[in-house]
Design a binder for this molecule. Structure first.
Ligand code: NAI
Length: 269
């Protein structure tokens, strides 16, 4: 009869925690999830407390609830306290995004034990702590939920001078697959996202350090990468990644688990 019927999707009240969300990709994910209808718990380390508060305000301005909590993801008890406080303030946990991570540019043969240990403490143990504590909370709630973690394209092909960072992201992919296997019986899905080159404080540091090693100026490494490496011919912004994480957090990805979604403009296939 020519009349159109509006289709809407209302998923009801949902809550997400995003670690490392005072800035960069984590912040973009937190804001995108708030736009999607989530109440969001913002987490970062104490040094970024001001950033946490800013993101909380931005989310409240969108009409959603937000709660900020300082915790170091590499410390299990702090992650457990983060989840407990989030549940108390915002309600049951539906989505955990283990986004926090660090990077370091250094030649493989110059790496100290301490360099490697620190990288794995934050990027691997940190993700493990978040996956595991979130899973326990979700099981306590009766099962169901989505766990999502930050890998990188270097989890598919390492970049030179980012070797321990690359190895840590391979481990994130490994845990993503392993948790997917063991949590399926609780109807919890576990997926990762693998950004390519995203304009954030982290990439600024990588660009500067790689530049020092190969004698180029700030911005030149990133320009060379976008010209030579990226099929779409541009590096990305945090929102490019946040859109894809929005999909991983939505029921549209319910039949997907154990995957790491590459969002890189066409670098690795
Ligand atoms: P960023 O450095 O701008 O932001 C990361 C945030 O995590 C910071 O606010 C930092 O304080 C926080 N953080 C660090 N250690 C923490 C800890 N122990 N506990 C809690 N929070 C902690 O980095 P960016 O670029 O936003 O990266 C986010 C994630 O995406 C990271 O896991 C990173 O490895 C990954 N990634 C980034 C890419 C890029 O090109 N920027 C490419 C591929 C992956």
């Amino acid at each position: 009869n020519g009349k159109s019927t509006a289709v809407t999707r209302d998923y009801g009240k949902r809550t997400a925690i995003v670690t490392g969300s005072a800035r960069g990709i984590g912040k973009a994910i937190a804001i995108r999830l708030a736009e999607d209808g989530f109440d969001v718990c913002i987490n970062d380390i104490a040094a970024n407390k001001a950033g946490i508060e800013e993101v909380v305000k931005e989310i409240e301005a969108l009409g959603r609830s937000a709660y900020g909590h300082v915790a170091d993801v590499s410390i299990r008890s702090e992650v457990e306290a983060l989840i407990e406080a989030s549940v108390q303030n915002l309600g049951n946990l539906d989505v955990m995004v283990a986004n926090a991570g660090i990077a370091q540019v250094k030649a493989l043969l110059d790496l100290s034990d301490e360099d490697v240990r620190r990288m794995f403490d934050v990027n691997v143990l940190g993700v493990f702590n978040c996956y595991s504590a979130a899973a326990k909370q979700m099981i306590k709630q009766g099962g169901g939920g989505k766990i999502i973690g930050a890998a990188s394209i270097v989890a598919f092909k390492p970049f030179a001078l980012l070797s321990h960072y690359s190895a840590s992201k391979f481990a994130v992919r490994g845990f993503t697959q392993a948790f997917a296997m063991e949590l399926a019986e609780h109807k919890i899905t576990v997926n990762g996202y693998a950004p390519g080159i995203v304009g954030t404080a982290m990439w600024d540091l990588i660009d500067e350090e790689l530049g020092k090693k190969n004698g180029s100026n700030k911005g030149e490494t990133i320009k060379k990468y976008s010209d030579d490496l990226i099929a779409l011919g541009r590096t990305s912004v945090p929102e490019d990644v946040a859109k894809c994480v929005s999909y991983l957090a939505s029921p549209d990805s319910d039949y997907m688990t154990g995957q790491t979604l590459v969002i890189d403009g066409g670098i690795v296939f």
